[in-house]
Design a binder for this molecule. Structure first.
Ligand code: M6R
Length: 620
């Protein structure tokens, strides 16, 4: 939640600091879009501009009333927590004397107490935010001489804060220095040539440099054009870990597509290919980066998957495969619920955290709880250097590239691919499958990108159907076995981007209640299993008939050549013949994603930035 960009450049002042920050904000807008603001520091002090609403409101204001050139700058795109999305609540916030500006991602939990302490000194807040107290506290430190520099002030102030925060601050009297701090919220440094960058993630400065520095928990960053110094909260020197950014600027651009969501759906074959790349060596699994003792995998007696939203549905898909291949019980738990039910976790439990952003606070807190109980945590993650990746005992990266649209699409299929690699690795290490059996599954996995391409060929007919249904206000999605999590994901996609009431159910549950919702004209999607699994297929076909008999409009995702569906389906979209049952979700989800995207576009909604949502949810 909230996107943060910072920049420190050389004197003399120029427009580059503001331009870098605005470009970074446009790539980070997926993190929040309730308001946006910038501050530029120069020898003449600070200049600030902020506006509620989308970034375009800010850029229009800057065009009308340009800011003076600067040496350093910072920018913020907000997902509101404390205080409505308004100009006054937009970041940056200023100290009472206007000397210090602050942007913030996270929540200052003790802000009321701090606000009261400031009020006792006669300093009142202009905004309703929790953030403003930080600007005020920094300002007081410098004004009364308690701190000689912004860095010193930051070290004093972070010691008084409770909660989670990434803070970036500028001092109008020291325009060459940008000071930041992080606890439980993301921050990464970009190392440039004669200039340096800060961001919530590397998309903030992708294309400017390919050198990044991971910033650990509880760290203060002091950045100028030529120097980056890290300190722990006690003021002692700290170390960051440098790594190379593999994402390029093109990956963070729409590249001719109308929306990032559309682009990312089309990137799914590539996302799966990249996730498998280098991990299949001569038909065998090479997961060198796991760096966990194979003995530990042999001792595991239970796996608990923790994740949120779409990632949790990828986890539900993974359960079918891992239990089938490895004969280990797998539980899938919503991260936000996990630690509140006093879960039974031991050193023989393997926790599997799944997260695209690597910053989802619910998942991070669930992981921490599991760690405290002695469990090892392995994560499947798309974002290098993210908090979840850093705090896991081992990481299996999905190499899906940056996912910008708030609605997750390519990350879902890549997460399934990665979870399957893990399942096969476990099966081999634990002796559940012979290497040649594993090689057979890997061969099938490597065919999945081509199979997804085949489904994408039906894009136009899926969009055409969505255009005819744009006024429908309610949808059902039904699936059995691995089709069940796909049904849940289809419903989530439609809800989040098209704001339509949609429910996903296990097809077998239909008769236990949801069938009461079926009325003439209700659109119902079915994810039909392959006829090669008649015990699954026949039952879902019966469900299709049951809702058809009640006048519903049936839209069916079925395998090529499955003619049993045609008499009862108003529309059929096909997935390639021969796709193994466990791999079906990677293809059956594609029509549902396209359908949701087109429904949102038809209704005139901002497909990439659905209302009230943010891409990475860094609050609990
Ligand atoms: O970054 P994560 O994978 O941890 O995010 C988890 C969910 O917040 C995310 O999947 C969310 O449900 C998406 N908006 C779904 O499209």
């Amino acid at each position: 939640m909230c996107g943060i960009v910072g920049y420190a450049g050389p004197a003399p002042a120029s427009d580059r600091p503001l331009n870098v920050v605005l470009a970074g904000l446009s790539r980070l807008e997926y993190r929040g879009y309730d308001s946006a603001g910038v501050a530029v520091a120069s020898a003449s002090g600070l200049a600030v501009c902020k506006r509620s609403g989308r970034l375009t409101n800010l850029t229009a204001a800057l065009e009308a009333d340009p800011l003076a050139p600067g040496i350093s700058a910072m920018g913020h795109t907000r997902w509101a927590t404390h205080g409505a999305p308004s100009d006054v609540n937009a970041h940056p916030h200023l100290s009472a004397d206007g000397r210090v500006a602050v942007i913030h991602n996270g929540i200052i939990e003790n802000f009321l107490e701090l606000k009261a302490q400031l009020a006792a000194r006669g300093i009142t807040q202009r905004s309703d935010t929790d953030t403003e107290v930080v600007a005020q506290l920094l300002g007081v430190e410098l004004a009364d001489g308690t701190a000689a520099t912004l860095t010193e002030a930051m070290l004093h102030v972070v010691a008084r804060l409770q909660g989670s925060f990434t803070l970036v601050a500028l001092d109008g009297q020291d325009p060459a220095t940008v000071v930041a701090a992080r606890r439980n919220s993301p921050l990464v440094v970009g190392l440039g040539n004669g200039e340096n960058f800060l961001g919530s993630d590397v998309s903030a400065f992708v294309g400017e440099t390919d050198r990044a520095l991971e910033v650990g928990q509880d760290t203060v960053v002091v950045m100028t054009a030529t120097n980056v110094k890290l300190l722990d909260f006690a003021g002692n020197p700290a170390q960051g870990r440098e790594y190379t950014i593999t994402w390029d600027a093109k990956a963070a651009a729409k590249d001719g597509y109308a929306t990032f969501m559309d682009k990312e759906i089309h990137e799914e074959p590539h996302a799966v290919e990249e996730t498998l790349r280098g991990r299949l060596v001569d038909g065998h699994l090479a997961l060198d980066e796991m760096r966990m003792d194979p003995a530990l995998f042999r001792s595991v007696d239970k796996i608990i998957v923790i994740a949120a939203g779409t990632a949790s549905y990828a986890g539900q898909v993974a359960r079918y495969a891992i239990e089938h291949w490895c004969r280990i019980p797998v539980e899938v738990e919503l991260a936000s619920e996990f630690r509140y039910r006093d879960p039974v976790v031991s050193e023989k439990t393997l926790m599997l955290a799944i997260s695209q952003s690597g910053e989802t606070m619910d998942t991070l807190q669930a992981m921490r709880h599991a760690h405290e109980q002695g469990a090892k945590v392995l994560c499947i993650c798309n974002t290098y250097g993210s908090s979840i990746a850093r705090e896991s005992d081992a990481v299996l990266y999905t190499h899906a590239g940056p996912e910008i649209a708030v609605a997750s699409t390519k990350a879902f299929v890549a997460q399934i691919a990665a979870a399957y690699l893990l399942g096969l690795y476990l099966a081999e290490v634990r002796g559940n499958k012979y290497p040649e059996e594993v090689a057979g599954y890997l061969e099938e996995l490597s065919r999945m990108p081509g199979r997804i391409e085949k489904v994408l060929e039906q894009e136009e007919s899926i969009r055409a159907l969505a255009r005819t249904m744009k006024d429908k206000t309610s949808f059902l999605f039904l699936g059995r076995h691995v089709g069940f999590p796909v049904a849940l994901e289809g419903a989530l996609k439609l809800k989040e981007v098209a704001y339509v009431h949609a429910e996903g159910f296990a097809a077998g549950e239909l008769k236990h209640g949801p069938i009461a919702l079926v009325e003439p004209g209700l659109p119902v999607f079915f994810i039909v299993p392959t006829p090669r699994r008649p015990e699954l297929h026949n039952k879902v076909i019966s469900n299709v008939q049951e809702v058809r008999a009640r006048g519903a409009r049936t839209i069916v995702i079925a395998e090529e050549g499955d003619n049993a569906v045609t008499d009862y389906a108003e529309h059929v979209f096909r997935v390639p013949l021969g796709t193994p049952t466990l791999m079906m979700p990677m293809v059956t989800v594609v029509p549902l994603q396209i359908f949701a995207s087109e429904m949102a576009a038809q209704k005139g909604y901002d497909v990439d930035h659905p209302r009230n949502l943010a891409k990475s949810v860094t609050v609990e």
